[in-house]
Design a protein around this ligand. Structure first.
Ligand code: NAD
Ligand code: TDX
Length: 335
């Protein structure tokens, strides 16, 4: 039975991955998470204590990381989800993004390369910048890096560190770049949970700019199954794009949510624009599908969105404490 050291395992996607691994394999998991504003142990409730251990700490703490890496062997791996993950926060204060996304990733790959450990780096499609709204074309593994925001530039930097460690030191690493995730336990600062929780509180959804910006949505369950497929069957040194053909404009998503709540589809507010707002993301995941035989399971976006609404309706005790603080921060910047 092998061990996965999962960084950021108390966050939205990391916690989903931990559950997926414990349910679908016989591996054990050690979670390393700093429990920032975005981490919550509630997302890990009820896991089997004989196969799961939680360690609170910072991925940029080399002594802590070395101590954990010393417990891993040739069949084990580090799966790296931990990040500062929100574009709007990176515009308000980029410093933690540099520290966690760049120095933190550096600290982990140094620990992995000194011990010859397998490493998987979780990244984002935002490293490629954006696509025109009306032009054809999607991101592929060959698209040049062109990040727009402090968040995406630090994720791009972390990807480049991993690539350089593969080439220079033979680090046994893979990288994945995924599109926008949605599902349970996503922080209410993000687009879909913000609008759902506004509607649950009787408020109106808030749309940036024109609402025409397009995101390519994937359920977080499918992101987890793709990361596990890459970890188990991916070729060392390779990058795989993860996506589920879920392109929707922000306006379309808000209209679907309003309809789900029995409200008129125009009952939302346009608020300020996000500086540097990327227009469109779209993923071509052919390589992952053809080489690793991966397929997304949750391909019906409207069904997944409705299930996510019901999850937030049933879990106000989880998201309620985040909501006031998040909306106060948005109010300060007019979004
Ligand atoms: P999240 O913000 O919900 O969770 C991040 C987790 O990392 C939290 O539990 C937080 O406490 C932890 N963390 C932050 N800084 C840390 C540090 N210095 N040391 C240890 N732990 C730390 O993020 P998410 O949406 O779950 O994203 C997870 C990963 O997936 C990130 O690397 C992100 O770039 C990537 N990603 C996210 C999306 C998306 O749509 N959310 C899409 C593609 C890729
Ligand atoms: O209130 C809002 N209104 C709005 O119109 C918010 C919070 C967002 N938006 C827009 C901005 C984007 O066009 O919705 C879209 C999605 O916004 P976010 O949820 O902030 O996601 P995005 O900026 O696309 O980045 C996400 O996908 C890539 C994740 O947050 C990143 O972690 C991931 O790397």
């Amino acid at each position: 039975m092998s061990i996965l050291l999962v960084t950021g395992g108390a966050g939205f996607i990391g916690s989903n991955f931990v559950r997926h691994v414990l349910e679908s394999t016989d591996r054990s998991v050690i979670v390393l998470d700093k429990l920032t504003y975005a981490g919550d142990l509630g997302a890990l409730d009820g896991l089997p204590s004989d196969r799961y251990e939680f360690v609170r700490g910072d991925i940029a703490d080399a002594a802590l990381v070395d101590g954990l890496a010393d417990r891993l062997g040739a069949d084990d791996a580090i799966v790296h989800f931990a990040a500062e993950s929100h574009n709007d926060n990176s515009l308000a204060d980029p410093a933690p993004f540099l520290e966690t996304n760049v120095v933190g990733t550096y600290t982990l790959i140094e620990a992995a390369r000194r011990r010859g450990l397998r490493f998987h780096h979780v990244s984002t499609d935002e490293v490629y910048g954006d696509l025109e709204l009306d032009a054809p074309g999607r991101f592929t593994e060959a698209t040049p890096y062109n990040p727009s925001s402090p968040y995406s530039s630090t994720k791009a930097a972390s990807d480049l560190l991993v690539r350089a460690w593969v080439r220079s030191f033979g680090l046994r690493a893979t990288i994945s770049n995924c599109s926008n995730n949605y599902g349970p336990y996503q922080h209410v600062e993000k687009f879909i949970p913000r609008q759902i929780t506004n509607l649950l509180r009787g408020d109106r959804p808030k749309v940036y700019g024109s609402g025409e910006n397009v995101r390519d949505w994937i359920h977080t369950d499918d992101h987890s199954s793709a990361v596990l497929a890459i970890l188990e069957r991916g070729a060392i040194g390779e990058t795989y794009l993860i996506g589920a053909d879920g392109e929707r404009s922000n306006r379309e998503v808000v209209e679907l949510l309003l309809t789900a709540f029995g409200r008129r589809p125009d009952e939302f507010d346009f608020v300020g624009e996000r500086p540097g707002h990327d227009l469109r993301y779209a993923i071509d995941s052919t390589k992952l599908r053809e080489e690793l035989d991966w397929r997304p399971a949750r391909v019906d976006f409207e069904k997944g969105l409705h299930a996510t609404v019901e999850w937030y309706r049933a879990h106000e005790t989880w998201w309620g404490p985040q909501k006031e603080r998040t909306e106060a921060a948005y109010a300060k910047v007019g979004r």
